[in-house]
Ligand binder design. Structure first.
Ligand code: F6P
Length: 498
């Protein structure tokens, strides 16, 4: 099987899409609703505990048909298969891309099983107070030291799953800003704090600087021999971790076939296990795996990540929308957008195609956003009446976690109300005051999920992982390297040493 490399703009489907775009670009979505009275039901996918409503998009049946044709013409099906079967599709680094293998309990690699077992035993012993610090006290605080994928994923999940958390306080140090570390250390007790140094490469400047500051702080009141009771590491570079002073048994593995921004499912998720317990972590993995199966097996016309990827291409490459917003109506998902920004923009911010040729079309969209309803009182004015078209993903949950039904009703009224007003505006209403007219016709997707459980969160994250891959395949770029960031790191080190 071959990982096809097709410039999407040369395909038949692309040409047809261009002609189709010229025909429908000015149609108001309300007219689509008039033409298709059952559009609400027809443009909806119910999968497991997630409902994906894509009716409020500037698309019709023909658009979907042509986007599907595009996916087929560039070989999306084969690309999905190649990734999931572990071919070295990350050609510029000559690596497989197998974060999905970390959550496939039926066909789990022995080293992944072993690593999960190690995480389970370790996190249980920390949670139950069996793991003791140097003065024989139980651990109360866990500090994850890492940056990028070694920070954003676990931090987002721990925040999102706060409802399921235990007594341990989990902190994240990422920025090389010494004030960031100092602020976190302020509240910590050396005797009861566990530090997890997370770095796939164990060469990252920020992480090592923070780890060293923290180690020096620790040693002010503890001895070298105490380090093994308070410092563990997650890395694929065992040698560097050992040379840094981490006891080998305290090192949790990582593999080169797991990219940093897709690594929360690996032992990079150790802080998640500590915060919410291993069984919740396992549920997170299982939810992600279910989404993997949906992505792999479902027809494109009914496949949520595929449709989300294709619709986003429609806006990015035909409507020339540069950005898209993600708005979760859920405070627990406050860190979801920063996490997505790395996943999506580090993956698809590329200008050279898979044939080594500069692209002559737009690639990666800029992702931004924040939680609703806060965003409504911040930037929504621009979404409603600004000059830019910004497609939005609304994410909401049917049931709250703490049972406050009254406030949940308020929250969800906003979730539904915003997408409806973006769609309709003041369409066909006779409003005499021009400042109070809204054109509407602003596109959005809605993901309505039963409840924020570890399993559903796993599915949601995996959904966006797959969406970005779909887009990378169509844009004919390598989504799984990040050479631009690597260069910045090198130059920073050069400046430091000059
Ligand atoms: O930001 C660039 C990057 O390489 C990310 O891909 C990665 O998640 C991050 O740096 C941290 O790298 P490491 O885990 O090796 O410290």
């Amino acid at each position: 099987m071959k990982f096809k490399s097709v410039n999407p703009t040369t395909t038949e489907a692309w040409k047809k899409l261009k002609a189709h775009f010229a025909e429908i670009k000015d149609v108001h979505m309300m007219d689509f609703f008039d033409q298709e009275p059952d559009r609400n039901e027809q443009y909806k996918i119910k999968w497991d505990e997630i409902q994906f409503d894509y009716s409020k998009n500037r698309i019709n049946r023909k658009t979907l048909e042509l986007l599907n044709e595009l996916a087929n013409e560039v070989g999306l099906k084969q690309a999905i298969q190649l990734q999931l079967e572990g071919y070295n599709i990350n050609l510029t680094e000559d690596r497989a891309v197998l974060h999905t293998a970390l959550r496939d309990f039926d066909q789990m690699k022995p080293e992944v099983k072993k690593s999960l077992q190690k995480m389970k035993v370790f996190s249980n012993s920390v949670i139950k107070g069996k793991w003791k610090g140097f003065s024989n006290k139980a651990i109360t605080d866990v500090v994850n030291i890492g940056i990028g994928g070694s920070d954003l994923g676990p931090k987002m999940v721990v925040n999102a799953l706060q409802y399921y958390s235990n007594h341990l306080k989990v902190h994240y140090v990422s920025n090389v800003d010494g004030d960031h570390v100092a602020e976190i250390l302020k509240s910590l007790n050396r005797e009861t704090t566990l530090f997890v140094i997370v770095s796939k490469t164990f060469t990252t400047q920020e992480t090592l600087a923070n780890a060293t500051t923290i180690k020096n702080w620790f040693l002010k009141d503890a001895s070298q021999l105490d380090i093994e009771k308070h410092f563990v590491a997650v890395s694929s570079n065992i040698e560097n971790a050992v040379n840094y002073g981490i006891t080998e048994e305290n090192i949790f593995p990582m593999w080169d076939w797991v990219g940093g921004r897709f690594s929360l499912w690996s032992s990079v998720g150790l802080s998640i296990c500590c915060a919410v317990g291993y069984s919740n972590f396992e549920d997170l993995l299982k939810g992600a795996h279910e989404m993997d199966l949906h992505f792999k097996d479902e027809e494109f016309t009914n496949n949520i990540p595929v449709l989300m990827g294709l619709i986003s291409i429609w806006y990015n490459n035909f409507y020339n929308c540069e950005t898209e917003a993600v708005i979760p109506y859920n405070q627990y998902l406050e860190k979801f957008v920063p996490y997505l920004q790395q996943a999506v923009m580090e993956s698809n911010g590329k200008e050279i195609d898979r044939n080594g040729i500069p692209v002559n079309y737009q690639t990666g969209a800029i992702v931004w956003g924040n939680v609703g309803t806060n965003s409504q009182h911040a930037f929504f004015q621009l979404l409603h009446q600004g000059t830019k078209t910004i497609p939005i993903d609304f994410i909401g949950f049917k049931e709250p976690l703490h049972g406050n039904q009254y406030q949940h009703k308020l929250l969800m009224a906003n979730f539904y109300g915003q997408s409806e007003s973006l769609l309709k505006g003041t369409y066909q209403q006779n409003i005499s005051n021009i400042y109070r007219t809204f054109k509407g016709n602003k596109p959005s997707n809605s993901l309505l999920i039963n409840q924020l459980t570890p399993k559903n969160l796993g599915s949601l994250i995996a959904l966006y992982e797959h969406k970005l891959f779909v887009q990378g395949v169509i844009w004919n770029i390598f989504s799984y390297d990040q050479w631009g960031v690597e260069l910045g790191k090198k130059i920073a080190n050069k400046i430091l040493n000059s």
